[in-house]
Design a binder for this molecule. Structure first.
Ligand code: 6PG
Length: 242
């Protein structure tokens, strides 16, 4: 199996392996006395990871080195049930000693186009720029069962190659607007890590990994990091067709 595929028995084992990989990457930056810039996805899959980071890594990760960004955010207030920030606060931020000044929230309550521009300017101020795009150390991605990632959906693939670092996506079913990092920003990251669990993603994941006909229609298939392939952390159900 490809070296960038990491398969574990259970969703919990998979999430714990990602937590360990995050710790390894934080330590690399700490050794250079540099901050660790990470962007998180939302949805439901990361909840288990965030709980493990809260319960098992609150002491071991030097959280004062961590600067937190988002991969995407639904255009709702942070208190809304669908807010990625709200979910991250409940499962992680309220449990770990990350400095508030190091939490760079996408403001889903604002006008989408205005917020996308603000967040892009913020990232360009806070991060180093490579090939015209801000570079994160680590990006945590999920994948929808339609092959979307971040809030880049199959109905708007232009966000993959947008010349802006942050854009506005539209959920194809609900029509909900979302702020999202665009493809070239995601690909600038030093590490791009998918956390994918459960049987619902197995079919599309197989199409992407085996480059079956039509795989190019899935935004997740384009993801890679500045140093090479994206890393896939999968439970055995998600990997069952690989
Ligand atoms: C979001 C996420 C999105 C997510 C996938 C998978 O805002 O929903 O950033 O890209 O990673 O939709 O979502 P689940 O983890 O809920 O399956």
């Amino acid at each position: 199996m490809n070296s960038n595929l990491h398969v574990f028995d259970t969703p919990e084992d998979t999430a714990r392996a990602v937590a360990g990989f995050i710790l390894d990457n934080v330590r690399k930056k700490v050794k250079q006395s540099l901050p660790f810039n990470i962007a998180l996805s939302g949805g439901s899959t990361p909840k288990l990871l965030f709980d493990i980071l809260s319960n098992e890594y609150a002491e071991s990760i030097p959280w004062h080195f961590v600067r937190l960004f988002w991969v995407d955010e639904r255009c709702v207030p942070p208190t809304h049930i669908e807010s990625n920030f709200g979910m991250t606060y409940e499962h992680l931020l309220k449990n770990v000693p990350i400095h508030e000044a190091n939490i760079f929230r996408m403001q889903g309550e604002e006008n989408p186009e205005v917020e996308a521009k603000r967040y892009q300017e913020l990232m360009e101020r806070e991060l180093t720029i490579h090939d015209g795009f801000p570079r994160l150390d680590f990006v945590l991605l999920g994948m929808g069962d339609d092959g979307h990632t971040a809030s880049i959906f199959p109905n708007d693939m232009s966000l993959l190659k947008s010349d802006t670092a942050v854009g506005v996506g539209t959920h194809p079913v609900s029509g909900q607007k979302r702020i999202t990092l665009t493809g070239l920003t995601l690909e600038q990251a030093s590490e791009v890590v998918f956390l994918i669990t459960g049987p619902a993603k197995a079919g599309i994941l197989s199409e992407i990994i085996h480059q079956k006909p039509g795989y190019v229609n899935y935004p997740a298939s384009y993801m890679r990091s500045s140093s090479g392939a994206a890393e896939f952390y999968l439970d055995k159900e998600a990997a069952s067709l690989l």
